[in-house]
Ligand binder design. Structure first.
Ligand code: AQP
Length: 332
């Protein structure tokens, strides 16, 4: 089986519906056809300030949400990034072959550093893509399912793999990005032209996986739409309605044209009620499952430890080979 690698940051108490549709649902389907590694990337999360008192709990909760959404820890390797020290070690090696200008061209860094301001922008945020390259290359991943926004980082990963291989000898598989289609992108309910995000400024536009069902329904009923009252897919002219349609399609497995037919001649009220019901129905069991898993954190931590062992075995092999190729003296 081909190798697959992906991860999410434990940067909030709960994941949002964009993470669920854009990542978890796809991972769940892909895990049958690939030898999959799914990581909770806590080392990435600390590239922006995190509260040390709650980071560990957020990490555990993120892992619980992976499992509750259908990632099987007995089949896929589901682990916490910081449990495998090879990530940080390989990132260092890769940073020594990354050009300063090359890293400076990453648009996510430009966006995020602008958002946080010069005083809160760390060197870690700058080298974030190098750590991501290490994540992927350690496991010799063939494919990396990511959103459009991460395409540039996977390109850099490929460049670093090729550069290392030609400079020091074949050590890495050159990975391919598996880019999800446009319909996998979810936008903020209050601001439907910007992507829904865990770190959104306001809560009203974000649907959290672990929210109370009544809260979820209320947010959907209050989602921004438009004045023409027609349920029709048009990203440019009707971003709010189109976004709700994509959410509804993902929750029900229905196609966009069928949804247009279903709601022809009906108002937004009816449509929003249907969307709310579909989301609440999908999230309900996942939420219960998460709460159950969190009831026994020791068991959850044991599962993560076992998976970290599995991950470490693969990672150490790559790292040892890399250290040798770079010419570092082996410890006797
Ligand atoms: N709005 C979205 N629509 C579709 N997919 C999305 N993803 C995130 N937002 C959407 C996908 O979820 C995964 C999460 O990756 P991440 O945790 O590394 O961070 P991110 O992409 O930056 O996600 P957030 O929620 O916006 O987090 P913060 O606020 O912490 O930066 C990726 O696969 C991503 O494509």
């Amino acid at each position: 089986k081909a190798r697959l690698y992906s991860g999410m940051q434990p940067s909030a108490d709960s994941l949002q519906i964009g993470n669920y549709i854009g990542a978890l649902m796809q991972w769940r389907d892909l895990q049958d056809s690939y030898d999959a590694f799914f990581s909770v990337v806590d080392l990435h999360a600390i590239t922006v300030a995190q509260d040390p008192k709650i980071l560990a709990e957020k990490t555990r909760r993120t892992a619980a949400q992976y499992i509750a959404a259908g990632i099987k820890p007995a089949k896929s390797t589901l682990y916490v990034q910081s449990h495998v020290s090879a990530h940080a070690e390989l990132a260092w090696i890769l940073s020594t072959i990354t050009g300063f200008g090359e890293a400076g061209r990453m648009t996510q860094f430009k966006d995020k550093s602008q958002r946080y301001g010069a005083d809160s922008t760390s060197v870690g945020l700058f080298t974030y893509p190098v750590l991501m390259a290490a994540d992927i290359l350690l496991y010799q991943a063939n494919v990396v399912p990511v959103g459009d926004d991460q395409k540039q980082h996977v390109e850099l990963t490929r460049d670093l793999a090729e550069r290392f291989n030609s400079r020091f000898g074949e050590a890495f598989t050159v990975p391919n990005a598996m880019i999800q289609q446009d319909t996998a992108r979810i936008y903020d309910l209050q601001n439907p032209t910007s992507k829904m995000s865990k770190s959104a400024e306001t809560d009203a536009g974000v649907l959290w996986l672990l929210d109370e069902p009544s809260k979820t329904a209320k947010k959907i009923m209050r989602a921004v739409t438009d004045n023409d009252g027609v349920v029709k897919y048009d990203r440019e002219e009707k971003p709010g309605v189109s976004n709700l349609m994509v959410i509804y399609a993902a929750m029900t497995g229905r196609q966009i044209p069928a949804i247009e037919d279903e709601f022809a001649g009906r108002g937004y009220g009816d449509f929003k009620k249907a969307v709310a019901e579909a989301v609440v129905n999908e999230f309900g069991p996942v939420r219960e499952n998460v709460l159950e898993l969190l009831d026994d954190p020791a068991e959850l931590d044991r599962v993560l430890a076992r998976n970290a062992d599995k991950a470490e075995e693969v990672a150490t092999k790559t790292l040892t080979d890399v250290y040798d190729k770079v010419g570092l003296l082996r410890r006797a």
